[in-house]
Ligand binder design. Sequence first.
Ligand SMILES: Nc1nc2c(ncn2[C@@H]2O[C@H](COP(=O)(O)OP(=O)(O)OP(=O)(O)O)[C@@H](O)[C@H]2O)c(=O)[nH]1
Ligand SMILES: [Mg+2]
Length: 321
Amino acid sequence: MNFQNIAPIETNKQLLNLAFAKARVKGKSKKLKGNWLQIIRQKEALKLDIVKDTIVPRLDKVLKSFPATADLSDFYTKLMNLTLDYPNYKKSLGAVNWAMGKIRLLHKSYVSKIIKCKDREAIKDLSKQFYGRLSSLLKQVSPNFVYLEKCRRIMKNYPDIKELFTVCIYGFPNVGKTTLLNKLTGTRAQVAAYAFTTKSVNAGYFKVGDKKIQVLDVPGTLARKEKMNAIELQADLVAKELADSIIYVFDLSEQGGFSIKKQEQLLQNLGLKKKVLVYLSKLDLVGPEVLAGFKEKYYSSEEIKEKIVSFVKIDPEPVVD
Ligand SMILES: Nc1nc2c(ncn2[C@@H]2O[C@H](COP(=O)(O)OP(=O)(O)OP(=O)(O)O)[C@@H](O)[C@H]2O)c(=O)[nH]1
Ligand SMILES: [Mg+2]
């Protein structure tokens, strides 16, 4: 699922300014026929049409560009629960829908009042009332617009998960996980010399023969069971629920800030019923004696590719009668 193309959400003020500007310009350009009263009525009703037809489709676009909650997979629903205030997100989408309906009703009722009105001042008054009620309605849902824009910016960073054999690159912060993702898949995800550089899930792909593998690089975990923050919990979610297999990045140099002992403990306590491959990062910073003392089986990035491809089940040939 792709979250990159959700349209930006305008503020209530931007929407109103745009609608009023359009009504001013377009309202003047149309030639109207009839006596003065008919012309005034048509002119005001036309402005109301333009305002409604500017705002409602924009709100509709906001609603349509967010994925319908019913279409979201379990993984994305969980990811949204970790990274956003999910009830507020759903409430905000509901508020946009409510506002659209209200604007349509308001427009209909004021246009029908204007069309029946016989007094120039009263027509102007009705127009003013419409604009006043419209702007207070939009003000009422303005916090929902602001919240949805915040959600859009967060969701833009969600990985576009594909239905492929999936590997999760896991380990403490700053050990070299993203560096390995870039090496395996040719992505250019951000790498930096501090912990929690990766705050959301990065995806990359590699292919060996006709087998395509999805590699998900996740934020580092501090492995504090009860105290994980929302960033770390994303790592847990991918490792536990999405990944078919794990690459555990081990920084023997300890330059990332985590001791060999701590990293060994995390590796032993992973408790996932999945194949785990160990990758040693920063070997250029490690002396031969340290490497010799490391007793776990480990793989180079090239060996990891081959190994992972060997994990992918070959679908049995379909039986033909
Ligand atoms: N010398 C050396 N530095 C490395 C190697 N791999 C990674 N680094 C450095 O280690 C630092 C952390 O690398 P990242 O790939 O951002 O580590 P990460 O595990 O993704 O970090 P978080 O996203 O914060 O959890 C960066 O400064 C990298 O340049 C390596 O093989 N050798
Ligand atoms: Mg990273």
